[in-house]
Design a protein around this ligand. Structure first.
Ligand SMILES: [Zn+2]
Length: 425
């Protein structure tokens, strides 16, 4: 079995291969910490957490980097609105984000860089882009010239005419001073009087949004690395522009082997967004559901599919995850130490089949909706079998695959009170 991942740039399933051996690099665009996290954010970060866990389960040594966009237009606008220093505002929401993700049993990244601590690296990249003819200085700004990049559009596959409205929706100002093309994007810009400014060869100012991620990813993972992820709304212009800048500055292609994007969350058919007022907040869900139930609900969808949120599915997940926990518990009551599970020849044939199907589904671009029923089948064996050895294998496999790969806590709980029948009733 080989893990195959979908690379958005090639739009194909490709067997996973490290570039230079271990460790492998995984970079995921992090939050802009100016608001409370909603379920869409949780879907993105739980999805990449499952990828992180599965790569480690397969024996890879992963360096996982997730940034914090702690200075950009949105951060500064929000700080101005609420009359708070942007750093203090960011720290407040970062703490909230980390608390919520901890409740969802997220493995923290190895590196958690902040944009404000990498301004020097951003300026070095901008200098290289100017030297290599991919950027120009105009009226205190430095812009990336998209005409200088023959590959611009390869990731999003958008025709030029479709790009501008989307870029404008995501913060592009088409008629900004000195622009040669309305799609040319900001690398460096002068700061407004109430905004932070850093000295630079092009005048005091602040970085553009996209250059932040090029600088932070390459600082920790090198000019080329394996996997770059983020929410699907980042494909254009953010990731498209990140590729253009990174490859333009170094000449090393491809910058990233696998571009992976989490699907968007919808609520009653509409995109979940603050402006529509239909956000489902992680904080609110955690008040009513255990973290494992929310995680179960999220991984019952494939990472790159769209989710149409329905609370009834979350309620069902709470019951289902209790069944998994119960299976672990009864196996541990009989055998407190994990039996050998890695060699299928030593497993009961039925148990081995479900393990094999689970791993095949994971190998198929993290098909968690197909993997999850195999875990439930193991839990069902655990409850139905009269063979204690089979029960122990099945229950311990639920723990191994459920906790190590899908990231459930499956925390020990009182045997009788947590029986699924009690929850169903
Ligand atoms: Zn990013």
């Amino acid at each position: 079995m080989t893990l195959r991942l979908h690379d958005a740039r090639r739009d194909e399933l490709i067997p996973f291969e490290p570039i230079r051996g271990e460790p492998i690099g995984l970079y995921v665009c992090g939050v802009t910490p100016y608001d409370t996290g909603h379920l869409g954010h949780a879907f993105t970060y739980v999805s990449f957490d499952v990828l992180h866990r599965y790569l480690e389960y397969l024996g890879h040594d992963v360096v996982y980097v997730q940034n914090l966009t702690d200075v950009d237009d949105d951060m500064l606008r929000r700080a101005r609105e609420v009359g708070e220093d942007y750093i203090a505002l960011g720290n407040r929401y970062v703490t909230t984000f980390l608390t919520e993700m901890a409740a969802l049993n997220w493995l923290p990244p190895d590196r958690y860089p902040r944009a404000t601590e990498h301004i020097g690296e951003m300026q070095t990249l901008i200098g290289s882009l100017l030297d290599r003819g991919h950027a120009y200085v105009a009226e205190g700004h430095v812009y990336f010239s998209i005409d200088s990049d023959a590959h611009y559009g390869e990731l999003s596959k958008l025709p030029r005419e479709a790009m501008l409205p989307i870029a404008n929706e995501r913060g592009n100002v088409p008629d900004m001073a000195g622009k040669r093309d309305p799609l040319d994007f900001v690398l460096w810009q002068p700061s407004a009087p109430d905004e932070p400014a850093w000295p630079s060869p092009w005048g005091p100012g602040r970085p553009g949004w996209h250059i932040e991620c090029s600088a932070m990813s390459m600082t920790y993972l090198g000019e080329r690395f394996e996997i770059h992820g983020g929410g699907g709304d980042l494909i254009f212009p953010h990731h498209e522009s990140e590729i253009a800048q990174s490859e333009g500055a170094t000449g090393a292609r491809p910058f990233v082997s696998y571009w992976m994007h989490a699907g968007m969350l919808r609520f009653e058919g509409e995109k979940m967004s603050k402006s529509l007022g239909n956000l489902v907040l992680v904080r609110d869900l955690l008040a009513s559901y255990p973290g494992d139930a929310i995680r179960h609900y999220l991984v019952s969808h494939r990472y790159r599919d769209e989710i149409d949120y329905d609370e009834r599915d979350l309620l069902a997940s709470a019951t289902q995850v209790a069944r998994l926990r119960f299976a672990c518990r009864i196996a541990e009551e009989i055998e407190p130490f994990a039996p050998a599970l890695a060699d299928p020849a030593q497993l009961d044939p039925q148990v081995a089949t479900h393990r094999d199907r689970f791993l095949r589904a994971m190998d198929d671009d993290l098909d968690t909706p197909s993997a999850l029923p195999e875990l439930h089948a193991l839990a069902a064996i655990c409850q139905a079998t009269t063979d204690r050895a089979v029960l122990v294998q099945a229950g311990w496999l639920v723990r191994e695959l459920g906790a190590r790969v899908l990231g459930f806590r499956l925390a020990p709980a009182p045997l009788v009170a947590e029986a699924p029948e009690a929850i169903v009733a």
